[in-house]
Design a protein around this ligand. Sequence first.
Ligand code: DGY
Length: 322
Amino acid sequence: MKVFVTRLLPDTVMGRLELSKEISELRVNREDRPLTRKELEDGIGWCDIILSQLVDTIDSSLMNINPELKLIANYAVGFNNIDVAAATEKKIPVTNTPGVLTETTADLTWALLMGISRRIVEADNFMRSGKYEAWSPTLLMGSDVHSKTLGIIGFGRIGFALAKRAQGFGMNILYSDVEEKSFASEVNATYMDMYSLLKQSDFVSLHPFYDEKSHHLISERELKVMKPTSYLINVSRGPVIDEKALVNALSNDEIAGAALDVFENEPDMEPGLTDLDNVIIVPHIGSATLDTRTAMGNIAVENILAKINNSDLPSCVNPEVL
Ligand code: DGY
């Protein structure tokens, strides 16, 4: 089968794809940039299997170009870049890369939480710009993390992994989700509705599955419910937050700060966001370690090889097509 890879992956993953005897032809975007729509159209028209990225919009009209498309193997745990309903209707299986990025993404969430509360980026900029003259009792005071309350919205794998880290810091852990989770007792996490959580938390971390129900889950109303001393962290998907409302809330000190790995209109950011000191912004690097990006690639390759060999797909998100 012919496989189209829309972006270079870590070396060992590329090696597996290039050396695979099962793949008859491989086409790879070797340039360090996302493909244009036209290039995606050409590639999808050529291949049997596409190995896609979260920046590739795979909608129904793109799928229509190739009625013989056999598999969409997405290189991410999230798959909101793909119209899965359309794929299901066309009987095209879609796979993702779950599990392997849980701990790595929780690590980054923790780094953002610590970074924003202790003003690490601001402090680093302060030093680099030569402003440090002497120790001061009031210089760059932040907020404690230990013993504070962490509210986790969306208590799946990553939310749970974050809670484990918070336990080590003696935090009080709250969570909200569509339903109570039996495993929450393992980390002493208390279930409550989202508005009670927003009201009580010193840190609110967002980990919901992104779909139309979680679009703008955090908007003006929710930001007003949060304490003025609390911080918002998002490593899920940008549109979970109404970014315009967030910039307003941060500018008016309605909350203490925000740390964001994802943005509503990536790679763009809401005007005003980069002017604020009380934010940390990083470019969607939640899973960006060599080990994890390699593991994600290996899952995508295993899904591809399973499809070629007609065996069970390790991580199909629309198993009803099988
Ligand atoms: C994902 O996998 O969905 C992340 O956003 C990128 O690793």
